[in-house]
Design a protein around this ligand. Structure first.
Ligand code: CA
Ligand code: CA
Length: 176
């Protein structure tokens, strides 16, 4: 036979706000296991940019989804090159969240996200690498519009991007 016994949080140092753990005992008082939902940290999925992708030197959009087992709102921070860049302290559980960063320096950078739930449990996402360069889709909306193409042609004319990259940009522009 298994009993459910609810113990007050004060018996556990790691639990705050009078929250309880559920401990399962057998008749012989041996703990069968415990269930402490207030100790479970959020988990994060990085959506974009992809690992090893190229992003615009003008605007880079970092997109992720954070999920927590309980809390409706989570605090999440963006780390660039292991340094805290910015924090959104009211990320909705399960929603897609964006951080837009302007004028990242050229070259390689790493990015990852750290989220903390309201019980103080935190978790770190995977870390991805991106390369910042001249990208035709400067505003990161997935399309190359007329103005972006014209700007990219000037960048190409000044020798900063290859013919191949320009042709790819024209291709993207033609697709609308
Ligand atoms: Ca949690
Ligand atoms: Ca665009």
């Amino acid at each position: 036979m298994i009993y459910d016994i609810y113990l007050p949080s004060s018996t556990y140092n790691h639990i705050t706000n009078n929250k309880v753990c559920k401990i399962y005992y057998t008749e012989t008082n041996i703990i069968q296991g415990n269930d402490c939902p207030y100790q479970t940290p959020p988990t994060m999925t990085l959506n974009s940019p992809e690992n090893n992708s190229q992003v615009s030197n003008i605007n880079a959009t970092f997109n992720f989804t954070a999920i927590d087992n309980i809390d409706p709102s989570i605090s999440c921070s963006l780390y660039l090159d292991s340094a805290l860049n910015r924090t959104n302290s009211s990320v909705y559980n399960g929603s897609t969240t964006f951080f837009v960063v302007s004028k990242l320096g050229f070259g390689n950078h790493s990015w990852n996200v750290n989220c903390t739930d309201t019980d103080g449990n935190s978790n770190m996402s995977e870390r991805r690498t991106i390369t910042v360069g001249y990208v035709a889709d400067a505003d990161n909306n997935g399309k190359v519009d007329d103005f972006e193409l014209l700007a990219y042609i000037s960048t190409w004319a000044s020798g900063k991007v290859s013919d191949f990259d320009l042709l790819s940009a024209i291709d993207q522009w033609a697709k609308g």
